[in-house]
Write a protein that binds this ligand. Structure first.
Ligand code: NIG
Length: 380
């Protein structure tokens, strides 16, 4: 069945057409089949008039950690009272996640994914990383794969309390990787003081690449370090956080295919400076924005909040921020079927209750999602 979405006041396609006015698009099955001026639109089985509203691709949230149980309100309160964020808090969520049943973990994941979809997210990546044993990582990967688009193995999130770091890296590269491989497309490592050093991170990433997994890196979150350089050297699809960057890091990213994925909600929630988006963009690096939804460092699923922060506080233009949260996320996941609206793309369509995407920053905090289609299905 073909659905004509017409009366579009402003259409962001992320294609050369740019922002169109008086536009329409047609979706059929799971795909977009036509985009153009409303006056030229073909007939369809169903017609939805969006009455002058803005339409854009669904958000592509390329960095979340949503297979978890428990709550870290107390840690957040301590942070707001001046205690710094450290990697160690991850262990609290590991304890709660290990203690939860499969049903509890699945229900929690679904609750957060539905929360994301209601706000316009139509493609979502999530990670393991709160299991940190062979059985618990395998279970997290299986549960994630049953719910989301893209799954990342993050066994190298933290050395579990009491474990020896080198032996744990052996486990991640061996038995744990074997146990998760069928359910994951990506591998990631938290390359940071208090988590994994450069040699350990490289060992994990190389083992995972040999198994055919694509690479992602958590890097330069809490200070300058080797994460960005390692990600670029190993051809990772993205390096995420990028809060503290040397000039050499910026240059390396600009000269590479590795996407710099910025996580502004995390920077705010952990009281870090905001990542240097302008330096990256001006140097020519590819920038994505993602929520980093997790119970510790960034407990929000709101991509609109990330876009508003990027514009209001990181000096990204609205066009740059919207692109980064849609096509940029797709680039970070090495996908060309989402984050764009063109014939052949997945029909992931986000209608705002506003005449322009500018309202995402102009009206921060206001829930502006009016309608959402995901792979051609109306989900809001
Ligand atoms: O991306 N930095 C490492 N991992 C997550 C935080 C996880 C946590 O604190 O539970 C992040 O911020």
């Amino acid at each position: 069945m073909a659905v004509l979405i017409t009366g579009i006041g402003e259409l962001t396609t992320n294609e050369e057409l740019g922002r169109l006015t008086d536009a329409a698009l047609v979706i059929e099955g799971s795909k977009v089949v036509w985009v153009g001026p409303a006056a030229d639109a073909p007939d369809a089985d169903e017609r939805v008039d969006v009455d002058g509203r803005a339409v854009l691709p669904g958000w592509v949230d390329s960095h979340t950690h949503l297979v978890f149980a428990g709550d870290r309100t107390a840690e957040f309160e301590a942070r707001m009272a001046g205690k710094p964020y450290t990697a160690g808090g991850i262990a609290t969520t590991v304890g709660a996640t290990r203690a939860a049943s499969d049903e509890e973990l699945t229900a929690n994941l679904l609750r957060h994914v539905h929360e994301s979809v209601r706000q316009g997210t139509t493609c979502l990546e999530t990670k393991t990383g709160y299991g940190l044993s062979v059985a618990d990582e395998a279970r997290s990967a299986r549960i994630a794969a049953s719910v989301v688009d893209e799954v990342t193995f993050l066994g190298a999130h933290l050395v579990p309390p009491g474990a020896d770091a080198e032996s744990y890296v052996d486990l991640v590269c061996g038995e744990m990787l074997d146990a998760v491989a069928e359910n994951v497309r990506w591998a990631d490592v938290f390359c940071e003081t208090g988590a994994f050093d450069e040699a350990q991170s490289a060992r994990v990433l190389k083992a995972c690449a040999e198994r055919g997994l694509g690479l992602r890196v958590h890097g330069n979150q809490l200070g300058e370090g080797p994460g960005v350089r390692l990600a670029v050297e190993l051809g990772a699809a993205s390096v995420d956080h990028c809060t503290y960057l040397s000039d050499a890091d910026v240059e390396a990213l600009a000269a590479s295919e590795t996407v710099a994925t910025l996580l502004p909600a995390c920077d705010l929630s952990t009281r870090q400076p905001l990542a240097p988006a302008r330096r990256l963009l001006d140097a020519g690096a590819t920038v994505a924005l993602a929520s980093n939804a997790n119970p510790g460092s960034s407990y929000t699923t709101s991509m609109a909040f990330c876009v508003a922060t990027a514009v209001l506080q990181m000096r990204m233009t609205i066009e740059e921020a919207v692109w980064a949260a849609t096509a940029g996320g797709a680039r970070a996941l090495r996908r060309d079927d989402v984050g764009v609206l063109r014939p052949g793309a997945r029909a992931d369509v986000h209608v705002l209750d506003a005449p322009s995407v500018t309202h995402l920053a102009y009206r921060p905090g206001v829930p502006l999602t009016k309608m959402v289609w995901r792979a051609g299905d109306r989900v809001r």
